[in-house]
Design a protein. Structure first.
Length: 71
């Protein structure tokens, strides 16, 4: 199951412009990540997890060990 990164952002009460500024990225980049059109890199995942108050595992949909089982 793919996590809903947009819902995580919205749960914090942040708009795309606000979140993008705090994450040090542009609005288009954040929008593409939320829509699954751009790969989420680990450094951005760490920033997003901290900003949205979730673990990196929650942000990407589960621990890496779980991903290895499906490969």
């Amino acid at each position: 199951m793919t996590p809903d990164i947009r819902a995580m952002r919205e749960a914090t009460g942040l708009t795309i412009p606000q979140a993008a500024k705090r994450l040090g990225t542009d609005q288009g980049n954040l929008s593409r990540i939320e829509r699954g059109k751009q790969r989420l890199m680990i450094d951005m995942a760490r920033k997003m997890a901290g900003l949205y108050g979730v673990s990196v595992d929650q942000l990407v949909g589960g621990p890496i060990e779980d991903l290895k089982k499906t490969a």
